[in-house]
Design a protein around this ligand. Structure first.
Ligand SMILES: Nc1ncnc2c1ncn2[C@@H]1O[C@H](COP(=O)(O)OP(=O)(O)OP(=O)(O)O)[C@@H](O)[C@H]1O
Ligand SMILES: [Mg+2]
Length: 307
C-alpha cells in the first residue's frame, strides 16, 4: 500500500568527533503519529537535529515534508515545530512573551504571534499561569510550555524530543493525551522520541527503533507486534558478509554478536532450512546453531536495553 511520507533519510551517518552517533540510517516516516524509540545515547536527538537542518550529516541525504535537509532548512523550520529535550527558555520572560517571541522567530507577524500564543497556552492548560515567569514553572508546566511553543506557528509536523521526560505518571498521561489530540484533531503529524515503549505504543501508529546509531526495526506497530520472529544464533566459518547481506534481503534482522557469531531474527514465514541453503550457496559453513523464539516485545526490549 502506498503511503505519503513526511520524512525520509538514506545512508545517513553523523559523528561527534570519534563518537559515531548515527551509522548509515535508512528510514521512511509515514504520515500520522510516529515513535522514535531507543535507549539513552541511541542517536534520537541527533537524528531530530539533522532532520531540522541544525546539524549537517557527514554522509547521506534526507527530506522533511519534501524539503531537502541540507539546503532547504529555512522551509523546514517554517513548517515544522520542535520541542527540544532540554529547556529552551529565555530567562526573565513570561510564558506569553516567550511563546509569541518564538512565533515571530518562525515568521509570524507580531500581533498574530501574540494572539496565537494566548490560544496555544490556553490549549495546553497554562492559561492561568501565562503571565508568570517561566523560571517559577514546575517540570510538568515547562513541558507543556515547550509543547505550546512547538505548535504556535501552526506547523504541519512537530518533532517532540522526549516529551514525557521528568514527569510523574499523571503528568505523563496529560502530555500524552495532548499529543494525541494534536495528532488527531489538529491534523498535525508528530514524531515523538522516547525510551519508554508504553508511551510510544499508546500514542503512535508507526515506530522506528534506534539502537546504537542504527535502525533495529521500523514499521507499523500493529504489524510489528503480530510478528513472532524465530531467533537463531549461529557461528560461521568463512567470509560471511555476502551471507548476511542475503539474509537481510530475505527480511531477517541480523545482529553481529562478535566476530563469526551472529543472531538472526527470521520472519515466521521463512524456514531455518533456507538459512542452511543460503550458507551453502554463499560458501559459508555453519559451525554452531541454536534456535529460540522471540516477539516484537523482545526486539523492543533488546533495543531499549531491558532484560
Ligand atoms: N555534543 C556532543 N558531543 C559529543 N558526543 C555527543 C554529543 N551529543 C551527543 N553525543 C553522543 O552521541 C550519541 C548519540 O547521542 P543522542 O543525544 O543523539 O542520543 P539520544 O538517543 O537522544 O539519547 P538520550 O535518550 O540520552 O537523549 C551518544 O553516544 C552521545 O554521547
Ligand atoms: Mg536525546
Amino acid at each position: 500500500m502506498f503511503k505519503t511520507m513526511i520524512a525520509d533519510v538514506k545512508n545517513l551517518s553523523y559523528s561527534y568527533g570519534n563518537v559515531r552517533a548515527l551509522d548509515n540510517i535508512d528510514m521512511d516516516i509515514p504520515e500520522g503519529a510516529i515513535g522514535l524509540l531507543g535507549p539513552n545515547g541511541a542517536g534520537k536527538s541527533t537524528l531530530i537535529r539533522i532532520l531540522l537542518g541544525f546539524l549537517p550529516p557527514d554522509k547521506g541525504s534526507g527530506h522533511v515534508l519534501g524539503y531537502d535537509i541540507q539546503n532547504q532548512q529555512k522551509k523546514i523550520r517554517k513548517n515544522v515545530g520542535y520541542m527540544p529535550e532540554d529547556d529552551c527558555f529565555i530567562p526573565g520572560m513570561d510564558a506569553v512573551s516567550f511563546t509569541s517571541y518564538l512565533g515571530e522567530l518562525s515568521g509570524m507577524p507580531k500581533q498574530e504571534a501574540m494572539k496565537r500564543a494566548h490560544e496555544v497556552l490556553f490549549y495546553v492548560g497554562l492559561e492561568e499561569s501565562r503571565y508568570r515567569q517561566v523560571e517559577t514553572y514546575s517540570s510538568g508546566m515547562k513541558q507543556r510550555l515547550k509543547l505550546a511553543q512547538a505548535i504556535v506557528h501552526d506547523p504541519k509536523l512537530v518533532f517532540l524530543d522526549e516529551p514525557t521526560s521528568g514527569l510523574d505518571p499523571s503528568g505523563r498521561k496529560e502530555i500524552l493525551e495532548l499529543i494525541m489530540d494534536i495528532s488527531s484533531k489538529k491534523d498535525i503529524h508528530v514524531l515523538i522520541s522516547s525510551h519508554i515503549l508504553p508511551d510510544i505504543e499508546s500514542t503512535c501508529s508507526h515506530v522506528v527503533i534506534l539502537s546504537e546509531g542504527k535502525t533495529a526495526a521500523q514499521g507499523s506497530i500493529s504489524e510489528l507486534k503480530k510478528i513472532k520472529y524465530n531467533l537463531y544464533e549461529i557461528r560461521t566459518y568463512g567470509d560471511d558478509k555476502g551471507f548476511i547481506k542475503k539474509l537481510e534481503e530475505m527480511g531477517c534482522k541480523v545482529e553481529q554478536v562478535e566476530d563469526k557469531i551472529i543472531k538472526i531474527y527470521m520472519p515466521p514465514d521463512n524456514s531455518h532450512l533456507e538459512l542452511f541453503k543460503l550458507a551453502v550457496e554463499q560458501d559459508v559453513q555453519i559451525r554452531h546453531f541454536v534456535k529460540s523464539q522471540t516477539s516484537l516485545e523482545d526486539l523492543f526490549a533488546k533495543a531499549v536495553g531491558a532484560e
